[in-house]
Every structure is written in structure tokens, then in C-alpha cells.
Design a protein around this ligand. Sequence first.
Ligand code: ARG
Length: 298
Amino acid sequence: MKKIWKKLALIAGCVMMMSMFAACGGGKDENTIVFGTNAEFPPFEFVAANGVIGEYDGIDMAIAKNIGDALGKNVKIENMEFDSLLLALENGQVDAVIAGMTIDPERADAVNFSTPYYTAKQVMIVKEDSTIAKAADMADKKIVVIQGYTGESCVKEMKYEYEAFKKGSEAIMELVNGKCDVVVIDSATAKKYVGDNEGLKIVEDAEAFSSEEYGIAVNKKNTELTIRERMAGMWFWRAMSIFTTSAMICAPRLSASLNTKEEAAARLRFSLIAPPPLPFLFCHSTSAKSLLSVKEMV
Ligand code: ARG
């Protein structure tokens, strides 16, 4: 009799422990995708009274919501410092990072990126009467960047001295108050800041700053590529993949690397896990509200 009680107690203990694991980290709630972001990057993510996902609004939040809708899952946002995002992804605190994050080789070494969904470039925000007309003019000026952003790497590469702030809004205040001469930041965000603050303008230098592409990041260990796979589950993308692959199978020796049906099938499997283009995601929105706010923002 005593043994039975012991066994029951053991089982109860195990169940309790398992539900604890399910509640925190590791085995997260199966029905929820946790997206990490840094909601300091309008129009991609920012805090608003009535956002697309709770208090979070912006283009990325609309995309995250679309992914959740396509998967039939809830979407949760973990707002943290930009610098902490990839670490949070690597240690499983979040399932994906959606943060206007530029795909760069160093980051791509640590995490997997979706196909790009937005092309941006670094620009300079200056006062309207500034003499800065190209990147080289920043040489003897007080430059402000945002910590961990690609803008910081660009200025670092140019070997200019700079000060790094944690938030774009703080950097802009510094400029508005005349405490610095230029802020280097991503183009769409710059446009938003210049629209919201009087007396500022954007200076571009396409030769000094090359274009960048944003992607959604997932953990490299996420071999199932859950999100990408399910995103690709949309009929349009599947139909496209099947069409192109069957065209490949039918066309004799179309490419040297695709001679056999097996290879073609492997290619098909690969194309199924690649995400569809962004506009399609938008078209597929089940949330009129998120579509509307995206339209207003871009
Ligand atoms: N595109 C830049 C980068 O990847 C800045 C991104 C900032 N994003 C944000 N959510 N704060 O470094």
C-alpha cells in the first residue's frame, strides 16, 4: 500500500515538473509563437495604445500576426533590448526574432534568416541648416548611432568617432537639442523621425552606405523551420513550387545538378520550406486592422 502512495507521489511530482517546464522556457506553449523584438523602431515596431498585437504596433507586428494567423497560433511579443535579441533566440527564450533586423554575414553565422522582406539603407539625419551633404562630411562632426544597429558598424568601419545611444528616440532628441550633428540610422525609421520632428532632414549617400535587407531570424537548431515551413504552407507558394519543380522534372537535363527525380524531389522539399514573398503575406491577412495599419505606415 505504501508503495502505491510512493509511486503516486512520484508520478504527481513528474507531472508537476513537466508542467513547470512547459510554462517556462524549453517546452513553451505549443499554441503560441513567441517573437522577440525591440519596439523602438518605427514604423516596424513601436509601442502604441492599441497595437496590432497588444501594445505593439508596426509593420513587423503585422507580419508576426499574419504568421500566427496562418499557423492558427497565438502570437506573443517579448520586447527587449536590440542587443539581446539573438541571444534570446539562441537560448530558446523566443521562437523567432522580428525586429527590422538586417541580414548580415556575422548574424547569419549564428541564426537562420528568412528570405528578405524589406530593403533599407543607412541614412544621415541632420538639422535642416546642416552643411553635411555626404558621409565624408561627418569626419569632424559629433555623430550619434544606436547601439548594436548596423548604422553603428557602418560608422565604425568609416573609422569616425561616435556616441552610441540605446534608443533611436534618444538619439533624435540629442540632435533636436543641438547636442550632436548627425544621427545615422535606417532609412524608413529616419523618415518617420524626420516627419515627427520639425527642423530635421535626411541626407543620403548611396556610395558610402550600401543597401541592407531585413529578415526574420530563427534558431539554427530549429531544423523543422516551423515558421518558415508553415508560412510556405500557403497554397500559392506550394502551387508555385510544384509548378516550377514539375517543369524541372519534365524538362530533360535542365540543369546538371537536377538530373534525377530524387534531386528534383529534394529541391521541391527545399522550396517548400522557403517563405513566400512578403506582399503575399500581407494579402493573406485575416486581420483587417493590421492590414490597414501597414498601409498607413508604408
Ligand atoms: N536594421 C538595423 C539592424 O539590423 C536596425 C534594426 C533595429 N531594430 C529594432 N527593432 N530596434 O541592425
